[in-house]
Ligand binder design. Structure first.
Ligand code: SF4
Ligand code: SF4
Length: 111
């Protein structure tokens, strides 16, 4: 089981590479990737381990929708086949009103 209490997805298409999330993360689990997005920005990415789920990066990022933080990752066990990823992935019940499950890899809804 992962020791991470949180999990993080950064949408490369929304990221402007400003590094505010990298500077804000107290456990240093976000880094700049070597990849450029379609706008030519070097994008931030999760290192893959150690997120506490504090949400500071989410509140720091000036780009709406760029960062999604999943809390309680160490307790999350629901899995399903994501039709987009074509992989068995963790699913998370979105609490934004429609109560749909989302793939925690690509954020697409899973029924
Ligand atoms: S939620 Fe907190 S610990 Fe996780 S990446 Fe963001 S700032 Fe770092
Ligand atoms: S704060 Fe947002 S826009 Fe800036 S590097 Fe992080 S994810 Fe990208």
């Amino acid at each position: 089981m992962s020791l991470s209490r949180g999990h993080l997805i950064i949408k490369a298409a929304e990221c402007k590479g400003c590094c505010l999330c990298i500077e804000a993360c107290s456990v240093h689990v976000i880094k700049l990737s070597g990849r450029l997005n379609q706008m030519g920005y070097k994008t931030a990415e999760y290192t893959g381990e150690g997120c506490t789920g504090c949400g500071i990066c989410f509140y720091t990022c000036p780009e709406p929708g760029a960062i999604t933080v999943f809390k309680g990752w160490d307790k999350w066990e629901n899995k399903a086949l994501c039709p987009v990823c074509q992989l068995e992935t963790n699913v998370y019940a979105a609490r934004n009103g429609d109560e749909k499950n989302v793939c925690t890899r690509c954020l697409n809804p899973i029924s």
